[in-house]
Design a protein around this ligand. Sequence first.
Ligand code: 13P
Length: 260
Amino acid sequence: MSAHKPLVIGNWKMNLDYVEAVHLGQQLGVLLKNKPVEHTDIVVVPPFVDIRSVTSIVDSEKIPVGVGAQHVSAHDNGAHTGEVSTSMLKRLNVQWILVGHSERRSMYAMTDEVVAATLRAVVKSGMNVVLCVGENLEVREDGGQNDFVADQLHSALIGLDEKFLELVTVAYEPIWAIGTGLTASSEQVGEMMAQIRSVLTTLSLGDARVLYGGSVNADNAESLMNEGEVDGFLVGGASLKAESFMSIVQSCNDCYDGKR
Ligand code: 13P
């Protein structure tokens, strides 16, 4: 069990229009009202076009969740058709940004250099960054996952000004476990958590929360939490239904509270 207060982030990816997003936000609000969660931080990460609607109901109905974005430009403004800036998101009360998700890296040509630049733009704006790292199946089968992830961490974080360190969270998402139903075993996750924490310590980030993502659901959250030594989860598919997302949150809350 980790010493950090757990953090559970729901990455809605390219799902839910703004009406559906508001509905899911309201359902989360009802569940949290009926069964408050004290020992876990919760964040939802809707598509850009839903953010304003979601932050509005989170604010007006005082729902205890943070709101994040799935991507942001490394540039401040200007001729970047299709992009969104940190200041635009900050104005909407967004507090968290995913950077370097494997889907951005593999499908939208996000290089390590762009990941590093984007991460810096996010922390300079005062928002929290969730740096996503993780190997593909080929690297895992060759046993190269530790070096691969260490390289991703170094290239994104080396030289980061220490005043920004507290804004950094890391999410380990092995690509082969994303949306496949294949979860990394608690043992594989535990080994990688130890590896990531030792690299982060050399980068003065030993205190950062390290999350796991990849086919997390209500059934595997508890063992990943206890045996995998994670500080929480980055959840895709299971975050699209209020009940399944909240049961993952509840597992973290109960583990941290010593009820499990
Ligand atoms: P799934 O939980 O659907 O596997 O997605 C994980 C993920 O990519 C979250 O960012």
